[in-house]
Design a protein around this ligand. Structure first.
Ligand code: PLP
Length: 415
């Protein structure tokens, strides 16, 4: 059978193979600490589960508007007002089938064949593969700790060619957990406007941010309450509804709803009608039951649960970063958001020729810890990095650290 050539350009994630292997090992009775998967270990908060059940009981099982339930679009606008102190017209909010669905729509809307899109390497792989599918050319720009693993306006301007149409950044980012400084985001938005291009900002980990002062906050503080220099949304400083800035977001991560498949975008006014046409034709409407769950996710009772979970993630991050550093992993910047630590292998291992794929395989098979090799996220120094997701509780993280220590020792002894 012949398949379209573009399928070959889209690579499988190594982490999927590792997850399969982890399942096989578990079936044989091995205990595995899962730090490979990019989703919260918590199930959706009770008010969300109740809303899903109620939506089914009430028969909300049909198509909705392609742009989403008006009540949910309004609730998202209210969320920006209440938690980020920004006014967003609900007409500019488009509910989607996850942030993944949002990026498919935006790729179809914005990219012609051969257009270039600038992205940071390392970065979330689908953010390059979805535009690639639209015929675009993702240009991965190597980034490191000097720019907090993010694109900056200088780097983007220096690489902007006649074919470049825009940039895609994620803040907080996957796999590095790094958060773009407010001034950097503003500079990127200015660059996009000056070049008559656009800026896509993936804010899917919004809410999962751990500023240094988080521990000192009152227990009932809302996450907007910690909004400081490096926290929030690009919409706080790009207020023109016609600015060429597109925000992608999702109920998957902070709101703990990965399987419900609901995300959203905030787009320039003129983009709403063409996006509606595309959504109608691509998937008709986002899941109706999912949207009812998402409405509950934005209510006060569920938000209180999300906030508690953020604190749990913050504790885990602190423990994991300290533990990995003690074992010789390189973590030059403490990740400020998401739930990942992107750590450089200890020098003894890299100098001994051990790469991240070999390390991750041995760590899983010999020691029962699943983590993701850096090569899933790009090419720049990817062999030397491993992504650990802290989607396991602190006691499991402690256990994982013991096992990682044993794995490092086993490798070092064998060198
Ligand atoms: C940076 C980033 N963007 C987008 C997504 C897509 O998420 P979803 O389609 O569940 O909203 C993910 C998922 O891991 C991600 O890490």
């Amino acid at each position: 059978m012949r398949f379209a050539g573009r399928t070959n350009a889209i690579r499988a994630f190594q982490v999927m193979e590792l997850m399969e292997q982890a399942r096989r090992l578990e079936a044989r009775g091995m205990d595995v600490v899962h730090m490979e998967v990019g989703e919260p270990d918590f199930i959706s908060a009770d008010p969300i589960l109740d809303a899903g059940r109620a939506a089914i009981a009430a028969g909300h099982t049909g198509y909705t508007s392609a742009l989403g339930l008006p009540a949910l679009r309004q609730a998202v606008a209210d969320y920006y007002r209440d938690y980020h102190a920004v006014t967003v017209d609900p007409q500019r909010v488009v509910i989607t089938a996850g942030a993944s669905g949002a990026l498919m729509l935006l790729s179809a809307l914005l990219l012609e064949a051969g257009d270039e899109l600038l992205l940071a390497d390392p970065g979330y792989p689908c953010n390059r593969y979805i535009p690639l599918f639209a015929g675009a050319v993702p240009r991965l720009l190597p980034v490191g700790p000097d720019t907090a693993y993010q694109l900056d306006a200088g780097l983007a301007a220096a690489n902007w060619s006649a074919r470049t149409r825009g940039m895609l950044v994620a803040t907080p980012a996957n796999p590095t957990g790094s958060v773009l400084a407010r001034s950097e985001l503003a500079a990127l938005a200015e660059l996009a406007a000056a070049k008559q291009g656009w800026l896509l900002v993936d804010e899917i980990y919004q809410g999962l941010v751990y500023p240094a002062a988080l521990e000192a906050l009152p227990a009932d503080a809302k996450h907007g309450a910690v909004a400081a220099d490096r926290v929030g949304t690009v919409l706080q400083w790009v207020t023109d509804p016609d600015a060429p800035v597109f925000v992608l977001n999702s109920f998957s991560k902070y709101f703990g709803m990965t399987g419900w498949r609901i995300g959203w975008m905030v787009v320039p006014e003129s983009a709403v009608t063409p996006l509606e046409r595309l959504a109608q034709n691509f998937y008709i409407a986002p899941s109706s039951i999912g949207q009812h769950g998402a409405l509950a996710a934005l209510g006060e009772p569920a938000m209180a649960v999300h906030e508690q979970r953020r604190r749990a993630f913050c504790d885990r991050r602190n423990r994991l970063v300290a533990g990995l550093r003690k074992l010789g992993f390189g973590i030059p910047l403490v990740p400020e958001g998401a739930f990942y630590v992107y750590a450089e292998l200890p020098d003894a291992l890299s100098h001994g020729g051990i790469d991240s794929a070999a390390f991750c395989h041995r760590l899983l098979e010999g020691h029962g810890v699943a983590a993701t090799p850096g090569t899933d996220f790009g090419e720049h120094r990817a062999d030397a990095h491993v992504r650990f997701a802290y989607t396991a509780d602190v006691s499991r993280i402690e256990l994982a650290l013991e096992r990682i220590e044993a794995a490092v020792a086993a490798f070092t002894d064998a060198l």
